[in-house]
Structure formats: C-alpha cells, structure tokens
Design a protein around this ligand. Structure first.
Ligand SMILES: [Zn+2]
Length: 188
C-alpha cells in the first residue's frame, strides 16, 4: 500500500508539478474524519466564543420538556428542544423577502432582522448577523462526525440552527436557521 501510494504521489507530482503536490499536502483534515473530534476549534469559531453552558440573563425562560411540549408543535419541539433540522425548501421563511423582525418561537426574543437576511440557496432562512450579539449564544457541536457551531436562543436556550464561516460581508458568517424556530413580525 505504501509503495503504491508513493508511486501514485510521484506520478501526481510529475503530472501536476510540485505546486499541486504541495497544495494537496496542505489540505486540512476533512470534517468527516474522526480525528476532528479532538482537533482544536477553528479560528473563525473561536471568535464567536462558544460556551458549554447557557449564559445568564435576567429574563431567562426555563421550562421542563413537558411544559415545552404544551407550548410548541411537535415539529417545533423536535427542532428547538431536541436539536432537530427541518427539511430544506419547506420552511415558511427561507423565501420570505418582507421587511421585519424574526423572533424566537419559544420565547419571542427578537433574533434576526430582515436586513441581515440573504438568499444562501440552501433552502433555510439565512442571516449574516443576529439582532444583537447577546440575542444568541454558540455551542460547539461534534455530532454526526462533523465540526459545527450550534446557534441557540439566549433567552430560552432553544436550538435555532448552525453558523458557518461562508456568509457575506460584513460578518462573513452564515446563520443557517430553521423556519420552525421563528415567528415573523412585519414592519409597518
Ligand atoms: Zn427563545
């Protein structure tokens, strides 16, 4: 195996030149690799200051699972309280272009404004920033063999979606949020 890999590398270098070989060697470990679990968090994620525990605030909404089940639809409960994900291109807001504010369906905290919304083509409502830095908090998510950063509501700790480093300026972030977690208040 080592010999054939070595031969393949030599051939690759001969065909593509040393530049290509150097490029391949510099590629990061893929997210699906189990080694990612032990990798230090990535630089862009560090800037978001991910937490392990919910941040304190005076207006915190804390309910038991059975109380949440009374408040939410089964689909909302599955996403907000059990880290679920809705199917793409099916939610109420991925294609909503009206002006207004998106609130948390669990606790009504304003989370995102329409002027920070953009069409990411993913089929989920996408934003480049929250209403305020303190509207949401971040948690590292190593589930499904991937490294992701989870976005949670700062008031009720509901799971909203994930944030990725491939959004537009000024933040370069893409908040990929489930429609089911949001209500929309149109501005007059
Ligand atoms: Zn909330």
């Amino acid at each position: 195996m080592i010999t054939s890999a070595f031969q393949a590398t030599l051939v690759a270098l001969m065909i593509g030149g040393i530049g290509v070989g150097a490029y391949l060697l510099n590629q990061p470990v893929k997210n699906s690799d189990s080694k990612t679990m032990n990798q230090p968090r990535e630089e862009w994620a560090t800037k978001l200051k991910p937490l392990n525990e919910s941040p304190k605030r005076d207006d915190k909404v804390v309910l038991s699972d059975s109380e949440w089940q009374q408040e939410l639809t089964p689909e909302q409960f599955k996403i907000l309280r059990a880290q679920g994900t809705e199917r793409p291109f099916c939610g109420a807001f991925y294609d909503n272009h009206k002006k207004g504010t998106y609130h948390c369906v669990g606790c009504d905290l304003p989370l995102f404004k329409s002027d920070a919304k953009f069409d990411s083509g993913t089929g989920w409502p996408s934003f480049f920033q929250p209403v305020e830095e303190k509207s949401v908090w971040y948690k590292e998510d190593f589930s499904h063999g991937m490294y992701r950063v989870e976005v949670l509501c700062a008031r009720c700790d509901g799971h909203l979606g994930h944030v990725f480093p491939d959004g537009p300026a000024p933040s370069k972030l893409r908040f990929c949020i489930n429609s089911e977690c949001l209500t929309f208040e149109e501005s007059k």
